[in-house]
Design a protein around this ligand. Structure first.
Ligand code: NAD
Length: 421
C-alpha cells in the first residue's frame, strides 16, 4: 500500500478525537465538559449547482463545520479537494479550536471544504463555484460569527470572491468576513508567508533547544504549496540546506541541496517539481524517510503512520500541515526520541496573522510587514516556550503538551460561561 492509500484509510476525525481524549484524560476533565468538547457544535452540508462552461449544470457538495465558539467566533480555512469528507472537515475544525487556544487568540475553531478537483475547472467555473458555495454557507459565516481563510487549493483570489459575494448580499463592503485576502482588499502584509514563517520561528526555537545548528541542518519538505514552498525559502534564509521537496506528483532529492527559487519556476512551467535538472526523482514515501535533520510535512493528513514512523531519520519534525501524524506514529516517534512540533502549534502562524488581518479590517487599519512579523514572532515563541515547559515538566511529547495547554484554556472558558439555558 502507498502512503496515499494508507492515508485515505485512516479517519482523521477518529484521530482528532483520540488526541483530545488523551488530553482530557490527563487533565482529568469534567465528564460533561469532555462530552461537549468531543463533538462539533455545528455541521452544515450543502449541495449546490454550478453552471459549467459547456452549458451543463453540475451539483457539488461542500461543508462548513464549527467545532467550538467558546472563546470567540469560529475561524478556519476552506479546502477544495476531491477527497474532502465531512469527517476530515470535522477534524480540521477541532484542530482549529486547539490551535487558536495554543497561541491565545480569541477565536473558536471552524473549517470548510468542497469536494472538487479545482485543477479540472476553468477560472470562470472556479469563481462560480466559490461564489455559490459562499452563498450557501452564509447562514453560518460573518465577521462576528465565523471567518473563513485559505487552505489547500484555495488562495487570495478565492478569498476575494468570497468577500465580494458576502459584501454584495450585505449591500456594503465587509472585509472582515474572510482573511487571506489580497492586500489591496484589506489583506494583511505577511499573511501569505505567515504559516511558513510561524513554522520557521518554531524550528529556530526547537533547534536551539536540541542543539541543532541550522546552518549545518538538512531539511526535507513534503508539499510544495503555500506552506511548503515558503517554508523552504525561509528555512534556507536561516542557512539550512533543503535536500528534498515534493508535491502531489512526487518528489526530488539532492543531498547537496536544492535551488528553491529555480524549482518554483520549474513547477510553474511543468506543473510538477519532478524532473528538475540535477536531482533524483523520489516518491512521497521516500521523501519522508530521506536522510535529513529536519522533516517538514506540509501536504495532507496521515502521512506519518505506524508503517513508516520507525524509518523517519529526521531528529526534528515540524508539522506545517494539519494532521500529518497518526497517534500510534506519535508514540513511536517519541519512543525514538524524535522531537515533534505539533500542527496546532507549528502551523498556527497562519491563523495568527489571519487574526491580525481581521483586527486591521475591523479597525480600518493597515500595519507594516515588520509590525506583523514582530507580533507573530512574539506570539509563536511564547506559545512554543509554554508548550515546551509543559512537555519538560510532565515528561511528555510536545503534542500532548500543546493539547494540555489548549484544552485547558477552552475548558476554562467553557466552564466560566456556564451551560445555557
Ligand atoms: P496548497 O494547496 O498551497 O499546497 C498543498 C501542496 O501539497 C501542493 O504542493 C500539493 O501538490 C501537495 N500535495 C497534495 N497532495 C499531496 C500528497 N499526497 N503528497 C505530497 N504532496 C501533496 O496548500 P497549503 O495551504 O500549503 O496547505 C498545506 C497544509 O498546510 C495543509 O495541511 C493545510 O491544512 C496546512 N495549513 C495551511 C495554512 C495556510 O495558511 N495555507 C495554515 C495552516 C495549515
Amino acid at each position: 500500500m502507498t502512503t496515499e492509500h494508507i492515508a485515505a484509510s485512516i479517519n482523521p476525525w477518529q484521530v482528532a478525537q483520540q488526541q483530545f481524549d488523551l488530553a482530557a484524560e490527563r487533565l482529568n476533565l469534567d465528564p460533561g465538559l469532555r462530552r461537549v468538547l468531543r463533538e462539533p457544535r455545528r455541521e452544515l452540508t450543502v449541495h449546490f449547482p454550478v453552471k459549467m462552461d459547456d452549458g451543463s449544470v453540475q451539483v457539488f457538495t461542500g461543508y462548513r463545520v464549527q467545532h467550538n465558539l467558546g472563546r470567540g467566533p469560529a475561524k478556519g480555512g476552506i479546502r477544495y479537494h476531491q477527497d474532502v469528507t465531512l469527517d476530515e472537515v470535522k477534524a480540521l475544525a477541532m484542530w482549529m479550536t486547539w490551535k487558536c487556544a495554543v497561541v491565545g487568540i480569541p477565536y473558536g475553531g471552524g473549517k470548510g471544504g468542497v469536494i472538487v478537483d479545482p485543477k479540472k475547472l476553468s477560472q470562470k467555473e472556479l469563481e462560480a463555484l466559490s461564489r455559490r458555495f459562499f452563498t450557501e454557507i452564509e447562514v453560518l459565516v460573518g465577521p462576528e460569527r465565523d471567518i473563513p481563510a485559505p487552505d489547500v487549493n484555495t488562495n487570495a483570489q478565492v478569498m476575494a470572491w468570497f468577500m465580494d459575494t458576502y459584501s454584495m448580499h450585505a449591500g456594503h463592503t465587509v472585509p472582515g468576513v474572510v482573511t487571506g485576502k489580497p492586500i489591496s482588499l484589506g489583506g494583511s502584509e505577511g499573511r501569505n508567508e505567515a504559516t511558513a514563517r510561524g513554522t520557521v520561528f518554531c524550528i529556530i526555537e526547537a533547534a536551539r533547544h536540541l542543539g541543532i545548528e541550522l546552518p549545518k541542518a538538512r531539511v526535507a519538505i513534503q508539499g510544495f504549496g503555500n506552506a511548503g514552498s515558503i517554508a523552504a525559502q525561509l528555512i534556507g534564509n536561516e542557512g539550512a540546506t533543503v535536500v528534498a521537496v515534493s508535491d502531489s506528483t512526487g518528489g526530488i532529492h539532492n543531498p547537496d541541496g536544492l535551488d528553491i527559487k529555480r524549482i518554483l519556476a520549474w513547477k510553474k512551467e511543468h506543473g510538477t517539481v519532478q524532473g528538475f535538472p540535477g536531482t533524483t526523482d523520489i516518491t512521497n514515501e521516500q521523501l519522508l524517510e530521506v536522510d535529513c535533520d529536519i522533516l517538514i510535512p506540509a501536504a495532507l493528513e496521515n502521512q506519518i503512520t505506524n508503517r513508516n514512523a520507525d524509518r523517519i531519520k529526521a531528529k526534528l519534525i515540524a508539522e506545517a500541515a494539519n494532521g500529518p501524524t497518526t497517534p500510534d506514529a506519535d508514540r513511536e516517534l517519541f519512543r525514538n526520541s524524535k522531537f515533534m512540533i505539533p500542527d496546532i502549534l507549528c502551523n498556527a502562524g497562519g491563523v495568527t496573522v489571519s487574526y491580525f488581518e481581521w483586527v486591521q479590517d475591523l479597525n480600518r487599519d493597515h500595519w507594516s510587514e515588520s509590525v506583523v512579523n514582530d507580533k507573530l514572532k512574539e506570539i509563536m515563541v511564547k506559545a512554543f516556550q509554554e508548550t515546551l515547559a509543559i512537555a519538560r515538566r510532565e515528561q511528555i511529547d510536545m503534542r500532548t503538551a500543546a493539547y494540555l495547554l489548549a484544552v485547558q484554556r477552552v475548558a476554562d472558558a467553557t466552564a466560566l460561561r456556564g451551560l445555557y439555558p
